[in-house]
Design a protein around this ligand. Structure first.
Ligand code: ADP
Ligand code: MG
Length: 346
């Protein structure tokens, strides 16, 4: 990305807590565009919350810089940054009702106008009927929507969402997530969502950054990162995959499952990622290199099969038409070239 496009930019942010043995954040460089919905995805403890707290100004980085609209805000106090943040636990003021919670964020507007404005924000998140309720009198999903309305009412330059949906049950999570995304889009709000849920990240974000141990491993459009993970961590964290060793020769590699196509021409030892849905199971005849179907798992919408080739176990996803039973010899047909992974650190 051309850095002139960057609305929020960080350069090699680093943070080690005084009582921490390891750095929480080692080198985080991000460039986020105006109105972009960006997602930081990574396992628990990889430094996502610390990154957001650095952006919001609640923590001071040991090294690195933060720019918002080209202005260096690294040393600005939180209240001067105009960056909003919503946490997993909603954090509404318990002693104020829902409307008052929203009105609180409108302190910079004339007192008389606040109530009407707060009502507009409540309507926007579908909570008009709950204006006079106290936070403990509404459901988790409603509290989260109220927290979002309060954050939006402050008209932040950028909104940071720290696992805001993870406290909600599956079905509610999906609908609140969708409503939130629509709202951000309509308003053109620039947003960074933090999550450890890969499905949430892929469906919510314009671009995602995969984080691991305080570093960003790969950034890109979800489809692109899924299709071409750059290393084993990304391949395994974003979706499921088979990691296979092989000996490359041009656009093919010799592997324990046979000679398979690979996505770039190379030679020598390679580590490959082959997605379970990119393989088709076929009946084996004795003259071919076959594996044994050892186990199958029925999941309703699809099935996962485990096929053994010597010491190598391969997962294959199929639809309901696949009727091979455990113990059957099978062949693998590869529908999409395996991705050659890098073994080095980013
Ligand atoms: P995530 O949000 O991805 O789960 P965090 O940013 O919360 O990760 O934490 C990253 C690492 O920093 C973890 O090892 C965590 O224990 C440590 N950490 C986070 N906050 C503090 C703190 N205030 N003091 C000491 N260590 C911390
Ligand atoms: Mg966290």
């Amino acid at each position: 990305m051309d850095c002139r496009d960057a609305y929020l930019k960080t350069e090699a942010l680093a943070k080690t807590f005084s009582d921490g043995a390891l750095a929480a954040v080692r080198r985080i460089s991000l460039e986020i565009r105006r109105s972009e919905i960006f997602c930081l995805l990574g396992p628990s403890g990889c430094g996502k919350t610390t990154t957001l707290r650095l952006l919001a100004g609640f923590e001071k980085p040991d090294a690195g810089k933060i720019f918002l609209e080209g202005k260096d805000i690294t040393d600005s106090p939180p209240e001067a940054r105009n960056i909003g943040i919503v946490f997993q636990d909603y954090a509404l003021f318990p002693h104020l009702n829902v409307l008052e919670n929203i009105a609180f964020a409108l302190w910079s507007h004339p007192r008389k106008a606040r109530k009407a404005m707060a009502k507009d924000f409540l309507e926007m998140v579908g909570l008009s009927d709950f204006a006079s309720y106290m936070p403990h009198e509404i459901s988790g999903g409603q509290q989260q929507r109220a927290a979002l309305a309060r954050a939006l009412a402050a008209e932040p330059k950028i909104l940071l969402l720290d696992e805001p949906f993870s406290g909600l049950d599956t079905r509610l999570r999906q609908s609140v997530r969708e409503e939130t995304r629509n709202l951000l889009r309509e308003r053109g709000t620039t947003c960074i969502l933090v999550t450890h849920d890969q499905e949430e990240a892929m469906s919510f974000a314009d671009r995602i950054a995969l984080m691991n141990e305080g570093l960003i491993e790969q950034t890109g459009v979800p489809e692109d990162v899924y299709a071409a993970p750059s290393n084993p961590f990304v391949a395994q964290f974003l979706g499921r995959t088979n990691l296979i060793e092989g000996l490359a020769n041009g656009l093919n590699a010799d592997t324990p499952i046979g000679i398979i196509p690979i996505d770039k021409s190379t030679s020598g030892h390679v580590l490959l990622s082959l997605r379970p849905e990119h393989i088709v199971l076929e009946p084996a005849n004795s003259s071919q290199q076959s594996g044994i179907l050892v186990r199958r798992e029925f999941k309703g919408h699809d099935m996962t099969h485990w096929v053994k080739f010597g010491d190598t176990d391969i997962q294959v996803d199929t639809d309901f038409t696949c009727t091979f039973d455990a113990g059957t010899p099978v062949l693998l047909r590869i529908r999409k070239a395996a991705t050659v992974l890098s073994r080095t650190e980013p």
